[in-house]
Design a protein around this ligand. Structure first.
Ligand code: C6P
Length: 416
């Protein structure tokens, strides 16, 4: 049996769908794209859907009484249905198109938060959160006088659930956490967190930005109350994201932004909000990005999330092996069986930005810095990490190249 036959998917065949992956950069070195946690690339199928829509079926949605608007509206609403099925949401109306995870979380913090959170109430977060899931709650705390609490992590980057239990109180209104950390790669035990939070009477918001494209999202199995994610991290155009929320919560929440589409009736001094999902989609929505998200979901479904997850595990294991061989590399995050395809690391004696720059010279794109998680880096006692993050179109050869390029980078610094 050849090695490929043992892999859960064939990356070479899939790569052919991604024109950008054939790019050569600098002095004709092949691009090795390992920055998928920042944003993924787009396959031809998604690009073609965008082109087809603009060329043949584009108009504003839910507005015109004309053929083209109907066409565009149909595509937009089919995309919403695609998202609903993808996350196993009970109803299409619970799927709100936003501009990304950041906006989705801000929507909940503003709309649900301002209506439900009072001085003395508590919101529980984790220290591994992206700034998008910290700052909106800090702003809510400034507006309402509520208190923020943070689930601590072990040195390996896992949530300490016993400490979580101690943070829960009758004043806890909401627990907000990432399903997968964008730095540690930790896969958090969402179902268990939801169970414990609900027993304490608190709601749960899941930031699924780093898991939606990599492992199945089942909002009913999670039993979560809100789930947020971004299209651009799952093969879709940037500018579209999703907020899913339980219908009864969304129904009771006031609108976030005001404007066109989100109203049923307007007088000079008052308005009546529209039903879901329009209530939370003020103004012209990200029409083509949402339609592109529908195509991206079709593509991901065809590859299969179980295959994607299993294949990323193969890549991540190889990455851990090659980085260990370099020597002087510290990987932050939990054991392999508890992490997704994200490997953040420091290299002894070399700043993360220099690591990224030296890798870039060899065509390898990784991200370096605090990755919008300053509190996490403070907890880890470091200011910056370099991060390699994978998707199904990456190959084992690319991971081997990362190891060799890192070894070279270390030599360069030893000589200085
Ligand atoms: N993380 C990264 O390189 P937006 O920017 O709204 O699409 O997603 C924000 C966001 C929220 N939560 C998590 C867990 C995330 O990883 C991100 C985006 C990118 O890690 C860009 S900073």
């Amino acid at each position: 049996m050849n090695a490929l036959a043992t892999l859960p998917l064939d990356p070479q065949t899939l790569r052919a769908d991604f024109p950008i992956l054939a790019t050569t950069i600098h002095d004709n070195v092949p691009l090795v794209y390992l920055d998928n946690a920042a944003t993924t690339q787009r396959p031809r199928q998604v690009i073609q859907t965008i082109v087809d829509t603009y060329e043949r079926r584009y108009a504003n949605v839910h507005r015109g009484i004309h053929w083209l608007s109907d066409q565009s509206t149909d595509l937009f609403e089919e995309a919403r249905e695609g998202v609903r099925a993808f996350i196993n949401a009970p109803a299409r109306e619970e799927v709100i198109f936003t501009h990304g995870t950041t906006e989705s979380i801000n929507l909940v913090a503003r709309s649900w938060g301002d209506a439900n959170v009072r001085a003395g109430d508590e919101i529980v977060l984790t220290v591994m959160e992206h700034h998008s899931n910290l700052v909106p709650w800090q702003q809510l705390a400034a507006r309402t006088g509520c208190t923020l609490r943070h689930i601590p992590i072990t040195d390996d980057g896992e949530l300490i659930l016993d400490e979580f239990d101690k943070l829960l109180s009758p004043r806890t209104r909401l627990v907000a956490l990432a399903s997968v950390s964008n730095v540690l790669g930790t896969i958090n035990p969402v179902e268990e967190i939801v169970r414990r939070a609900h027993s304490a009477g608190a709601l749960v918001l899941v930031d699924a930005a780093q898991s939606a494209a990599h492992m199945p999202t089942d909002v009913q199995r999670w039993n979560a109350d809100f789930v947020a994610f971004s299209g651009h991290k799952m093969l879709a155009p940037s500018g579209v994201g999703v907020l899913w929320g339980r219908r009864e919560l969304l129904d009771a929440m006031p609108p976030f932004l005001g404007g066109g589409s989100m109203i049923r009736r307007v007088k000079v001094d008052s308005f009546e909000p529209a039903d879901l999902p329009a209530k939370f989609e003020a103004g012209t929505p990200p029409i083509v990005p949402a339609i592109g998200l529908g195509a991206a979901i079709d593509y991901i479904n065809a590859v299969g999330l179980a295959n994607i997850h299993a294949y990323e595990d193969v890549l991540t294991r190889r990455a851990h092996t090659v980085l260990a061989e370099v020597g002087g590399v510290r990987i932050v995050g939990p054991a392999l069986e508890k992490k997704a395809g994200i490997v953040s690391f420091t290299v002894e004696g070399v700043h993360a930005h220099d690591v990224a720059q030296l890798l870039d010279r060899q065509g390898i794109a990784v991200r370096a810095g605090h990755h919008c998680t300053m509190p996490l880096h403070k907890r880890l006692g470091i200011t910056a990490t370099a991060r390699a993050s994978f998707y199904f179109y990456n190959t084992l050869d690319e991971i081997n190249l990362l190891g060799r390029a890192l070894a070279d980078a270390k030599h360069v610094f030893r000589r200085r």
